[in-house]
Design a protein around this ligand. Structure first.
Ligand code: PGA
Ligand code: ZN
Length: 415
């Protein structure tokens, strides 16, 4: 039974304020913090109402406490319903999706702790035997880096040949180091600056970044024997010009229509063996996504982040139109753990690969590591090298150690 709820303002990795919640039960304790995005999708729930974290701190602790104290922390669905009732809007605009998600996650952790169980096992049951592959961020551009960086937001890698999570995270870090060397060879003035998610933020064109990324994957694969594949998050809404209806690649001075964008991305997939491409088409363009999926979806995960915003109803539209074959799962895009789970289930039932993900603004909260394991998601996207990113990766190492029969996720079951 919930006895107390505390809400406080803490720092996120960009130095902005965010919310942390403690939930105390008679024999348990849970703490969780909300992250925040920079390239957010238009249909995400509202993170904070006007007035931001400060307004929430002064108003919400009392309201939420008076409703939730006395409830059973185990009744997660019930708790989430009450949170949505307190808010009273469709998009959580009055108390904010970051408020509800932090309470929702902290409550689940309190319930787990009252059983003396880690969250992943409390939510996922005792049958958890698989650990997700970490999708690591290597080069940052777009909204996550300075204006001289590439237009494409994220150049990522996934160590598909790794056999344990430890091997996987260290393989990613090897690629990260290799990429720094390659950038420095190309640009002597590079000072090692990083973007919001811990990838390098170099003054490179998109094509130069692609070549460096692919070269680093090949080199590390050769050196370590662990197969590493290149991946992208284009965050294409960020460089879509709605007036001219073109994707604007400022670094190359090239514009592409939707048809040209579909061709360009399928060529990249074919030429460089991209394993995963996120948001290659702007949000709202289900047809563009479907065209690309038809052309290249056999060989590559075509993932919707801003397109689906972890929303089961929007995903259902994508399933219907065959837009993409993978979905990003960010709990604070939808606001509660139970709605997050609902979206994961819908994805799995329709062979969409669910990828649990961090946000560009993060805290050291490691809840998403537990969610990825609990929900049996085969991939987790949580950066590579910076404190708030390694918080999740190191937790995965601990989780793997605790599991009796660790095994990397089986992606084939989605094929
Ligand atoms: P955001 O972006 O957290 O800044 O919204 C991350 C992503 O696009 O995956
Ligand atoms: Zn994204």
């Amino acid at each position: 039974v919930i006895e107390d709820i505390r809400v406080r303002k803490i720092l996120d990795s960009r130095g902005n304020p965010t919310l942390e919640v403690d939930v105390v039960t008679w024999n348990g304790f849970g703490r969780a913090a909300a992250p925040s995005g920079a390239s957010t999708g238009a249909r995400e729930v509202v993170a904070f109402p006007e007035g931001g974290v400060d307004k929430i701190i002064s108003e919400v602790e009392d309201i939420i406490s008076s409703e939730l104290i006395g409830m059973d922390a185990e009744d997660l669905n019930e708790i989430d319903l009450v949170l949505k009732e307190i808010d009273g809007t469709e998009n959580l605009a009055s108390i904010g999706g970051n408020t509800t998600v932090a309470v929702s996650m902290a409550t689940a952790k309190a319930a787990a702790s009252s059983y003396n169980m880690p969250l992943y096992r409390f939510l996922g049951g005792n049958m958890q035997t698989e650990i997700p592959f970490p999708l690591g961020n290597m080069i940052n551009g777009g909204a996550h880096a300075g204006k001289n960086a590439p237009d494409i937001q994220e150049f990522l890698v996934v160590p598909v040949g790794a056999e344990t999570i430890t091997e996987a995270v260290f393989t990613n870090v090897n690629v990260h180091k290799k990429i720094r060397e390659l950038i420095q060879t190309k640009d002597k003035s590079f000072t090692g600056g990083k973007g919001d998610e811990g990838g390098w933020a170099p003054n490179l064109t998109n094509q130069e970044a692609i070549e460096i990324q692919v070269k680093a994957c090949e080199t590390v694969t050769d050196e370590t024997g662990v197969l590493v594949k290149p991946c992208l998050d284009m965050a294409a809404s960020e460089f879509w010009n709605a007036e001219t209806e073109e994707y604007v690649y400022a670094k190359e001075g090239v514009n592409r229509t939707t048809g040209e964008q579909v061709d360009y991305v399928s060529e990249l997939i074919e030429t460089y063996g991209y394993y995963y491409v996120e948001d290659p088409i702007r949000e709202g363009d289900f047809e563009g996504f479907a065209d690309l999926t038809k052309k290249a979806g056999k060989n590559c995960l075509i993932c919707g982040d801003d397109l689906f915003v972890t929303n089961a109803e929007i995903l259902a539209e994508g399933i219907e139109k065959k837009s993409g074959n993978s979905i990003i799962i960010k709990p604070n895009q939808i606001g509660t753990l139970s709605d997050t789970y609902k979206t994961v289930e819908l994805a799995k039932n329709n062979k969409y690969v669910p990828v649990v993900s961090h946000r560009s603004g993060e805290t050291t909260d490691d809840t998403i590591a537990h969610l990825a394991v609990a929900f049996s998601c085969p991939i987790i996207k949580t950066g590579a090298v910076s404190g708030e990113r390694i918080a999740k990766l190191n937790e995965l190492i601990r989780i793997e150690e605790e599991m009796t029969y660790p095994e990397m996720a089986d992606l084939n079951k989605y094929r």
